[in-house]
Design a protein. Structure first.
Length: 125
C-alpha cells in the first residue's frame, strides 16, 4: 500500500480560485501549525464565505482540511523516513506528539508505529 497524494487541488483548479489558493497554502505549509486566521490573511475573503465554499466543494470545513493535510504529511514521513514519531509529529504541524498519536490513531485506526510497519516491516524504530 503506497502513499498517494490527493488530487483535489488539480480537480478544483478552475472551480474556485480562492479555494484552490487556500488548498495550495495548506499543502505548502502542512509541515507546521496553520491557523484558519493565518489562512484568511493569505486568501482575503470572509471566513464564512470560504468555509461555505470548502463545504460545498470538498464536503469538509477549513479546519478539517488543515488537519487532513497534516495527517497526509505525517503518513508520507512515516512511510518514507525513519524519523521518530516525535519528529514526524513536529514536521507535520502537530503541536504535541501525544496529540498527534491520538489524532493519528483516531483517523487511521492504527498507531503511527503500526502504520510505518506496513512499509518497513518489523524494523526497530
Amino acid at each position: 500500500m503506497g502513499v498517494v497524494a490527493r488530487q483535489s487541488t488539480d480537480i478544483l483548479a478552475g472551480a474556485d480560485p480562492d479555494v484552490t489558493e487556500a488548498l495550495l497554502f495548506i499543502r505548502r505549509n502542512a509541515h507546521r501549525p496553520i491557523s484558519v486566521s493565518e489562512l484568511l490573511r493569505q486568501v482575503p475573503v470572509s471566513r464564512r464565505s470560504l468555509e461555505l465554499r470548502f463545504r460545498t466543494l470538498l464536503e469538509r470545513g477549513i479546519g478539517e482540511e488543515i488537519r487532513r493535510a497534516h495527517l497526509e504529511r505525517a503518513k508520507e514521513l512515516l512511510a518514507t523516513s525513519m524519523l521518530s514519531v516525535n519528529e514526524v509529529a513536529e514536521r507535520s504541524g502537530f503541536t504535541s506528539a501525544p496529540y498527534f498519536a491520538r489524532f493519528f490513531r483516531q483517523a487511521t485506526r492504527m498507531t503511527p508505529t503500526d502504520y510505518r510497519r506496513q512499509f518497513y516491516g518489523s524494523l526497530q524504530h
